[in-house]
Design a protein around this ligand. Structure first.
Ligand code: AN7
Length: 402
C-alpha cells in the first residue's frame, strides 16, 4: 500500500493519479508506504545478487518490470585515493557501471515500468544527457516512443549518441536545461506524455536503491558521510529516502550525513544552504565543465535541502579545475573512469577534508554517477594527446624515452 503525498500540504493522491506536483499547492510529491503489514529482515536479502529489483518489496511497481540488469554496481574501497585526500576509509560507489553508464537507469526501470502500469503511450524528459540516454533504452525495451529535449550544444557526445541510437526523438532546444524542463512539462501536460524527469516521484523510488545497496554491501553498516554531485537534486533526495526507509524498517542503525556537491558556476543549492534557506534562488546562467549538473533551477531543491538539514549534512561547491583534478585522481590512482560531474563528489570530499568539515576517521562513501565514456571530448581537452610517430622501432623508442 502506498500513495503520492505532498511534502508541503500533506495532501495524498492515489498511485494511479497522473500528478507530478501537488494540484493544490504545487509542492513536490513523495511516495509514502504503509508497511505496517510488511515483515522484513536482513535475512530476506541474504544470498540474493544485488540489483534494483532485489528490493521489489520496497518499490511501487506491481507488474513485471521493464528491466535490463540495472543496479548492482561495485562499491570500491579506495586506499591510494583516501591516502591522498587524507582520510582513513573511503569508498566509491561507481554508478557509471549501470547499463547506460549512469545511475539514471535505476530511476528509469521503475519509472518506465510505472508508465506501462498507468497505460501511458509516450514518455518524455528534458535532460543534460544521461536521463535521455537512460529513458531511450527503457522506452525501447518497453516498446513505446520516447521524446527528449536537450540543451543545444551542451550535452556530452556519448549521451546524445545513446539517445539517437536507441531511437528516441531527440530535440535540441536553443536554451539551457532549465528552459528545456519547462518546455517538456508543458508538452506532457498538453499531450498526455508521461514525464520522467526526477520531479516524477516514482523515478526517485528506483534511485533510492543506491542507499539500499550501500548498506547491503557494507554488511548493514552505513557510512558516516555520503557525498554526491547535485544537479536537479533528485538523487540526493532519493538516497536519503532510501537510508531513512532502511532505518525505519529496522534494517540499519542510523542514517548517514548527506553532503551535496555542486560546480561553482552552477550552485543554487549550495548558496541556499550557506544562507540557511529552505529554498533556492535560481542561478540564471549556469556554467561548468560538468555539463551533467549545469542546472540553475533544480526542481527538487526543497526536498534536497530537507535531506541535507535533516541528516545534519551540508552543501559545498567546487571549481572546474578541482573537478578535473579529482577526475584524474580517480582514473589514475584507482582505475575508476568517470565523467566530470561524477568527479565533483571526490573534489568536494577533498575540499571538505582540507577545510576540517570531514574528519580523517570518518567513513565516507562518494557516489560517482556517470561513466568516463559519456564525455570523450572533455578528456581530449584535458589530457595529453596521443603522440603520433613513424612506424619504426627507433621512433617508438624515442617517443617512449624522450
Ligand atoms: C552524471 O541527465 O539532470 O541531482 O538530465 O548526469 O539527481 O539531478 C543529470 C544529472 C549527477 C545530478 N551526475 O543528479 C540529466 C540530469 C550525473 C548526472 C547528476 C546528473 P541529480
Amino acid at each position: 500500500m502506498y500513495s503520492q503525498k505532498c511534502i508541503q500540504c500533506n495532501a495524498e493522491y492515489t498511485p494511479q493519479e497522473i500528478v507530478y506536483t501537488c494540484p493544490k499547492c504545487d509542492g513536490l510529491l513523495e511516495i509514502v508506504y504503509d508497511w505496517s503489514d510488511l515483515s522484513i529482515s536482513r535475512k530476506d536479502f541474504e544470498g540474493i545478487p544485488l540489483s534494483v529489483w532485489k528490493y521489489k518489496a520496497l518499490l511501487p511497481v506491481e507488474r513485471e518490470p521493464v528491466s535490463t540488469n540495472e543496479g548492482g554496481t561495485p562499491l570500491y574501497k579506495c586506499s591510494p585515493l583516501a591516502q591522498k585526500i587524507g582520510i582513513d576509509t573511503m569508498y566509491v560507489k561507481h554508478e557509471g557501471l549501470n547499463p547506460t553508464g549512469s545511475f539514471k537507469d535505476r530511476g528509469m526501470t521503475v519509472g518506465v515500468s510505472k508508465a506501462l502500469e498507468l497505460g501511458m503511450k509516450t514518455v518524455a524528459c528534458a535532460s543534460t544527457g544521461n536521463t535521455s540516454a537512460s529513458l531511450a533504452i527503457y522506452g525501447a525495451k518497453a516498446g513505446i516512443p520516447v521524446v527528449v529535449l536537450l540543451p543545444a550544444g551542451k550535452v556530452a557526445m556519448g549521451k546524445v549518441a545513446q539517445a539517437m541510437m536507441h531511437g528516441a526523438k531527440v530535440l535540441s532546444i536553443r536554451g539551457n536545461f532549465d528552459d528545456a524542463l519547462k518546455l517538456v512539462r508543458e508538452l506532457c501536460d498538453n499531450e498526455g506524455f508521461y514525464l520522467l524527469n526526477s520531479v516524477n516521484p516514482y523515478r526517485l523510488e528506483g534511485q533510492k536503491t543506491i542507499a539500499f545497496e550501500i548498506a547491503d554491501q557494507l554488511g548493514w553498516e552505513v557510512p558516516d558521510k555520503l557525498v554526491l554531485p547535485v544537479g536537479n537534486a533528485g538523487n540526493i533526495t532519493a538516497i536519503y529516502k532510501g537510508f531513512r526507509e532502511f532505518y525505519e524498517l529496522g534494517l540499519t542503525e542510523r542514517i548517514p550525513t548527506m553532503i551535496g556537491i555542486q560546480a561553482e558556476g552552477s550552485c543554487p543549492v549550495v548558496n541556499a544552504f550557506k544562507q540557511d534557506q529552505k529554498d533556492i534562488v535560481p542561478v540564471t546562467n549556469p556554467e561548468t565543465i560538468a555539463t551533467a549538473i549545469r542546472i540553475g533551477d533544480p526542481v527538487n531543491a526543497v526536498k534536497a535541502l530537507r535531506a541535507i538539514y535533516q541528516s545534519g549534512g551540508l552543501a559545498e561547491s567546487v571549481s572546474d579545475d578541482e573537478i578535473v583534478a579529482a577526475q584524474k585522481d580517480l582514473a589514475r590512482l584507482e582505475g575508476i573512469g568517470v565523467e566530470p560531474a561524477s568527479a565533483s563528489s571526490v573534489a568536494g570530499l577533498k575540499k571538505l577534508v582540507d577545510m576540517g568539515a570531514i574528519q580523517s576517521d570518518e567513513t565516507v562513501v562518494c557516489i560517482t554517477t556517470g561513466h568516463l565514456l559519456k564525455d570523450p571530448e572533455e578528456v581530449m581537452d584535458m589530457c595529453e594527446s596521443p603522440i603520433e610517430v613513424d612506424a619504426t622501432a627507433e621512433s617508438v623508442r624515442k617517443a617512449v624515452f624522450g
